[in-house]
Design a protein around this ligand. Sequence first.
Ligand code: GAR
Length: 200
Amino acid sequence: MLNLGVLISGKGSNLQAIIDACEREKIPARVAVVISNNPESYGLERAKNHKIPAVILNSKDFSNKNTYELEIVKNLKQYDVGLVCLAGYMRIVGTVLLEHYPSKIVNIHPSLLPSFPGLHAQKQALDHGVTVTGCTVHFVNEGCDTGPIIIQSAVPVKEKDTEETLSERILQQEHHIYPLAIEFIAKGKLKIEGRRVKIA
Ligand code: GAR
């Protein structure tokens, strides 16, 4: 059984999709701990509803990124976490986390990377005028949304889409592909070869 540590900042709908997939025993994994950098995150409630330990670690309470991430690592180790899942975690991962969990941190991003990395990916897609966007699950490296890609799902952009309607349709796909990517990892099916991720 793989122990997951899920890092969040917001409403936590991806966290919920992961919890549900684990509870349905679709994934040989369990969410061992949820860590939020935002005390107001609704994801903290979701964790509580499922009796999952939830920790608030606000980067503002630490003198620098390294001490902040060392505290995250301490909590992850306490729960014997083997895979760190960023689920709407709105901070760039630094060297401390990366060094403690090499190739063991994954992220979901609401665009077809490498298009539209960083913040407001859905708005970036609308502003650019693309007709297809989507979402990406990828391994995390030192860059911003630049790690090897595990799964992507395409979402057509409709003429009347607003940032909200497009985000909602992308989110539905996120809830499918994130648990699936975690399932592949938990079952030992993924091999990273350079930039490519092979699924056995
Ligand atoms: C999701 O759309 C996720 O892809 C995005 O934030 C949202 C979080 O929703 N993440 C990023 O933009 C990371 N750069 P959730 O809190 O309901 O899972």
